[in-house]
Design a protein around this ligand. Sequence first.
Ligand code: COA
Ligand code: AMP
Length: 663
Amino acid sequence: MLLNLLALSNVGRWYAGVSRLAGALADLGVGRGDRVLIYMPLIPEAIIAMLATARLGAIHSVVFGGFAARELCARIEHAEPKIIIAASCGVEPNKVVSTPDRYSNLDLPVIGSLAYCKSTALDHAATEFNIAAGPPGSRTEPNTRGKARAPFSLLYSTSVAVKPYFIKRGILNEAIAASKVKPKNCIIFQRYNVDVAELEDGFDILWEDAIQSSLPHPCVPVEANEPLYILYTSGTTGNMMFLNVQSILGSEEIIAHPQPFPNPNSRTLFYLDQPKGILRPVGGHIATLAWTMHTIYGMNKDDVWWTASDMGWVVGHSYICYGPLCYGITSVMYEGKPDRTPDPGQYFRLIHEHKVNGLLTAPTALRVIKREDPEITKGRKYSTKTSRGPGLDPRHLNISVKQYVRNSVNSASLRNLFVAGEHCDHETKFWAEKVFNVPILNHWWQTETGHSITASCIGLNHSTSPPKFSAGMPFPGYDVRILRSNGSEADIGELGRIVGYYDTMDAGYRDDFGYIYVTARDDDVINVAGHRLSTAALEDVVMSHPDIGDAAVIGVPESTKGEIPLCLFIMKKGARKSEKAISHELVLMVRELIGPIAAFRLSAAVSGLPRTRSGKIARKSIADLARSKSVKIPSTIEDPSVYKNIKEVLQSFGFAKNAPDPK
Ligand code: COA
Ligand code: AMP
């Protein structure tokens, strides 16, 4: 199998660890085609788990840590994993922890940079899993202590308290308990320096026990078209699911509501929007990823690459793990935020300290740095530590951005910064170009494709100053077309639906030179901080509130996250709670059922929603109104008068300020 050959030759010192975890999985009955679900934060063990699964010809399914237990449960039920591999906990700044009693007893680390792992194909090796983690004096795994050569380091420094969220004790156990499909076993990686989970005898297996009791497993050859992984993304499929509203709101009143749920135990049947699983064949994909490292990103064999994303997203699969490792170059992993861990200088520090040559991130991350430290006082501080640039002369600590750029040290290693995942506004691009002093190259992707559909390809000598709003040219192999709603091809510059081998559901246009511009999603999916979310899934949760009769969720602009959800709901007659109380409960419900990454905070009652005669809510018209665009009321809308009140409500949130009245 291609992947394993590459893993053997290029990821040399990972070999022993990966092959022994593969041995452990095989001993537990995992074989070719079986699924292994991985629910881990961005730590090297996540990659080891992925490679060990792939080594057996089995299929991994990595679930993003920011999803709630219900989302995890939906993925367990769909993927039917034989084994789940998880960590005891993840860490997030300011995380609200659901079990406060236990939390207060924790010996919490004070962490500057959450964790940093320099993962290089030859050097970063989990040498027989000698995981030496944590600050001096912290707990280390008993059976690895002393042997460790610190294959990766966790940097603990200054002043930000980072709190764990309990994967094993909380989210994972809850999801498994709720799932109709149970895994045979769980392999648990304990993060001893943060939080240790209690393991269940006979069901949970300690990561190091699994490895030490197993022999290395050879590669299992597979056909190129056999699946490597399943990765879930927001789609538009409906499925029956049970939802326990009472347990979330903790309210007896809901059960006693005058219009009770069908089941008096409050376990209620709803149609819920289900995630869409993308099944990725291995051969062509891995070959493409290795090829793109030079073709798109211009990486050479001795370069250092950093994708600042999460393993739960396609970008993480492709360019934290498989792309750089198969190409044989260093891949940097950073379990931290652009700000708060501990400050907005971290991207500069990492680029500087590890001589990063290419960086891929989401525009939101750049917007976060720009918002928190527009003059890059923190970034400048880290950068001045190098010999090139302003040096250590204290006078330079107060130089302007312009001066800083002239003296920029990052340009010493960084050649290009790539952005994807969401629209990149020009102001952010312009600012980032100045402070990082490299071209900011936008490229357009989908989970469905696994790599970019359009890009400015460094290796093909594309211009590094493409037209400012473009997402580059179609990548070789893609026949990108823009279609009108009747299926005919749009003219140059005419907005339409971008299609290729399938309908991408993104809207955009093409210019005279062949550059593609992606403007927005054309379906009921919104993009919150680079996270793709289904408005239908959010509406499903909202509609499960007993006081709500109808609801619509739309995406509204937000300066850092790009877009956030806003919910307009119609209260049922005789609703027992106030609008304010309902809105508060909706926030709790969405956090519990979808996850905090939905950033769901805005909701309000309206008197009516614009439904068509066929029953569809004209969400786009509300989203346009929120953006102060002129709205032509579709002739099929049953009650056009509803827009008046909707506009007032949107204005109360600061949207639709200059919106003309819909006509
Ligand atoms: N595990 C658990 N919780 C997570 C999480 C994770 N991996 N990632 C985010 N969350 C939580 C956060 O703690 C936060 O919770 P809170 O409401 O209790 O504070 C919530 O989800 C919202 O997080 P987010 O919107 O991601 O904001 P952030 O400040 O935590 O992170 C970015 C900012 C820019 C780092 C993040 O949005 C990001 O990485 N976006 C890019 C996504 C991406 O890579 N997409 C692929 C295209 S490149
Ligand atoms: P995901 O499948 O989670 O990677 O999300 C894919 C979606 O993100 C696309 O369908 C687009 O809507 C959006 N997206 C990705 N890259 C870009 C980009 N460069 N510009 C605008 N939107 C993008």
